[in-house]
Design a protein around this ligand. Structure first.
Ligand code: UDX
Length: 457
């Protein structure tokens, strides 16, 4: 198994690895030294560190370790990783006294691995860590580009790597129009993805990801059928490879694959809070905000008068180490701020009434798994798409689509905390998910058929 070395990709891959191990498979993990997992948490797995072993190799010696620049590894290794990967796989395939290799499972964004696997006659399965609808929309980027949607934006040459935030989307009433090809979406949602057909390396990564996912032997999704039934039907019509939809958060937590240490010191405080009274706030492992937007968040929170638990990663506020911009006396007794939390456990805590999220796909699925309604502040990539589905398709959240404005933040928090219909819809979705996991349910069957499928190789 070969995860993309970023938290939002490492977590689902290790959840899948734990699941397959629990079904009797031996697991070997290929990983970069960058964002190395805690191998001691996985004494039952074999680890091979590949691609960036040579500290003197100038190609990656000086790559950024944090922020958007850290993603440059995706470009680099997709371009020049094939020989090393082939060599490592040949060693695994010829190893004596080891169980035979059944297949390679890689993150979908490691598109270069398909031709390597093909050259060794090794089946490659793909783990796609975002939603099915995101895949369909990404697959349509060339079409949406040809239709001129992206001409409405002020995208620069490398918008994603410049950290395009949704505040950069220009003001134009056409942006509010529906996308004919995906009626759930508004035009501005497509623009907020942050990259298009050929404008930069990211567009190429996405189109190769789509192409090589279609060419794979099977696709594993962190999702469940009842959430994305129509999209599953479309994908099954278009792609011959079998699909397996598994909501990983209901099988294993991400505690052992966390790249940062979880702070648990707030639990005694959280335990004392009334049921459904606390807003949990986290924007994932990568997103960053400007200080003025951070302060809008602070004021929006204070004015909402709701208790909160806020994950502020060091470096989340551009130009600050951690919490320097905060006013004296904040957060006070009504809130707690930590650097990193055991998110799934927090979302499952009965005191949590809402999740203010950047709408990363793991966070979205984890929230759905616990029946927690969301306030969505997406940044780029799949996040604006996730936010739109959460608010407009499943109606289990509010989308703060006008950026960071304190009044809107306050209103959204208040609304989600008291909207009983939204809370009930979140519970209904959770119940559907729970039912899918019981023997005979769609997620249960997906796991069984994945195990049978890998065993058949
Ligand atoms: C990124 C993209 O944002 C996401 O949209 C894409 O689908 C995968 O890669 P990230 O931004 O980190 O990931 O967000 P998300 O997908 O939500 O993943 C974050 C993970 O970190 C979740 O599994 C979450 O449980 C975990 N987390 C987050 C913690 O363990 N503790 C925290 O305090 C915050």
């Amino acid at each position: 198994m070969f995860p993309l070395p970023y938290q939002g990709h490492v977590n689902p891959m290790f959840q899948l690895a734990n699941l397959l191990y629990s079904k009797g498979f031996s697991i070997t993990i290929f990983h970069t030294n960058f964002n190395k997992p805690k191998t001691s948490n996985y004494p039952h797995f074999t680890f091979r560190f590949i691609l960036d072993n040579d500290p003197h190799d100038e190609r990656y010696a000086n790559l950024p370790l944090q922020g958007m620049g850290a993603f440059s590894r995706i470009f680099l290794f997709n371009k020049c990783g094939a020989d090393q990967l082939r060599h490592q796989l040949e060693l695994e395939l010829s190893a004596k006294d080891e169980p035979p290799v059944s297949c390679l499972i890689t993150d979908a964004s490691w598109h270069f691995t398909q031709s390597v696997a093909d050259s060794l006659n090794l089946p490659r399965l793909v783990l796609r860590t975002s939603s099915l609808f995101c895949f369909l929309i990404y697959a349509s980027i060339p079409l949406l580009d040809d239709l001129g949607y992206f001409n409405l934006s002020d995208n620069t040459a490398t918008p994603l790597l410049d950290g395009l935030g949704y505040n950069n989307v220009p003001d134009d009433e056409r942006l509010e129009e529906q996308v004919a090809e995906f009626p759930v979406l508004k035009v501005k949602d497509v623009i907020k993805i942050g990259f298009k057909k050929d404008n930069d390396g990211m567009g190429d990564i996405i189109s190769n990801m789509v192409k090589q996912t279609k060419a794979s032997s099977g696709i594993i999704w962190n999702s469940f059928k009842e959430l994305e039934q129509l999209q599953l039907e479309t994908i099954r019509r278009d792609i011959p490879a079998p699909c397996f939809l598994i909501p990983f958060a209901r099988h294993f937590t991400t505690a052992s694959s966390s790249l940062l240490d979880h702070d648990r010191s707030f639990f005694p405080w959280l335990d004392q809070q009334p049921r459904n009274s606390v807003v949990y706030i986290s924007f994932g492992s990568v997103a960053q905000v400007e200080e003025k937007h951070f302060m809008e968040m602070v004021h929006g929170l204070v004015d909402s008068k709701q208790s909160f638990l806020w994950v502020v990663r060091p470096g989340f506020v551009s130009g600050s180490t951690w919490l320097e911009p905060l006013p004296d006396g904040f957060p006070g007794e009504g809130g707690r701020i930590v650097e990193w939390a055991p998110q799934q456990e927090v979302l499952g805590h009965e005191a949590i009434g809402a999740f203010w999220t950047h709408s990363g796909w793991n966070s979205t699925v984890e929230s759905v798994c616990e029946g927690v309604p969301m306030i969505c502040s997406p940044f780029w990539g799949d996040q604006p798409l996730d936010a739109r589905y959460v608010s407009d398709a499943w109606k289990v959240g509010v989308y703060l689509e006008n950026g960071w404005k304190r009044e809107e933040i306050t209103n959204a928090i208040r609304r989600v905390m008291v909207d009983e219909e939204m809370r009930e819809r979140s519970r209904v979705l959770k119940r559907k998910l729970d039912a899918s996991l019981i023997e005979g349910g769609s997620s249960y069957e997906s796991v069984e058929s994945l195990v049978d499928y890998i065993s058949s190789f």
